[in-house]
Design a protein around this ligand. Structure first.
Ligand code: IPE
Ligand code: IPE
Ligand code: MG
Length: 236
């Protein structure tokens, strides 16, 4: 098939496989998360270089709290560490950082760094990087339903006003185009509660490569796959 040059506008990535990457090397899972965090920077540069507009990275799900507390703690500290180290460069590279998910439940220190990093990059207009943190697609839909109930109680919406557009506008991703391509690394073929409303028509690409090993050449394969798809959206 002839290769097309069509690029996705919005790419979502389920960055999975950090734990297995470390375990395979006889290292602690936490070390895998550290290496996984280091893979974020090249992924951002790759997308910036390609002129992609939106990149959404699944960093921590609403279900990941079930993990042992030392692993959760490591992940939370890695957020502040990463942002402290990388925000200046992201700012210089015209990246706009934005967090989606229930950030209120994130430890105060990480939350403060998140607000700072978002503010630092808010004047930029290049690649939009959304980090999904304490994010769950079902929780997000429940949140939207509660907002509708409250708007309805205030008389601000009636039953006829409830449609797909209204629901989309009440999600964390309001105003962001739906993901064209979702990549999951680490071999599992599931969404694990990532952007379940928004992915209704996303192309899905599953790679066996563990996230810390997902470099530019693997990213190119995902884009090649995307370019080869014919998107029909239910039409012919
Ligand atoms: C993904 O890697 C990162 C998070 C879920 C935070 P995992 O930690 O799930 O790695 P595996 O799947 O156990 O290898
Ligand atoms: C999905 O990975 C969540 C993130 C990558 C942040 P998990 O490792 O939590 O997913 P499951 O448990 O394999 O479904
Ligand atoms: Mg996993």
């Amino acid at each position: 098939m002839e290769k097309s040059n069509i690029l996705p506008t919005h790419i979502g990535i389920i960055m999975d496989g950090n734990g297995r990457w470390a375990q395979k090397r006889g290292m602690l899972r936490s070390i895998g998360h550290r290496y996984g965090t280091e893979t974020i920077k090249p992924a951002i540069s790759f997308c910036s270089g390609k002129g992609i507009k939106y990149l959404t990275l699944y960093a921590f799900s609403t279900e990941n709290w079930k993990r042992p507390s030392y692993e959760v703690d490591t992940l939370m500290s890695l957020i502040s560490e990463y942002l402290t180290k990388e925000t200046a460069e992201m700012k210089a590279n015209n990246v706009v950082l934005h967090f989606i998910g229930d950030i209120d439940k994130i430890p105060q220190k990480a939350r403060a760094t998140i607000s700072w990093a978002e503010k630092e990059t808010s004047e930029n207009n290049g690649l939009n990087v959304n980090i999904a943190l304490n994010y769950g697609g079902r929780a997000e839909i429940v949140m939207a339903a509660k907002k509708i109930a409250s708007l309805s109680k205030q008389g601000a919406v009636s039953e006829d006003d409830i449609n797909e557009g209204l629901i989309s506008s009440l999600l964390y991703t309001a105003g962001i185009p739906e993901p064209d391509l979702i990549i999951r690394t680490g071999g599992e073929k599931r969404l694990s509660n990532f952007l379940i409303w928004q992915s209704a028509y996303s192309e899905l690409y599953f790679s066996d490569v563990l996230w810390p090993d997902f470099k530019d050449d693997e990213f190119e394969k995902a884009l090649d796959y995307y370019a080869s798809r014919k998107r029909r959206f239910g039409g012919l």
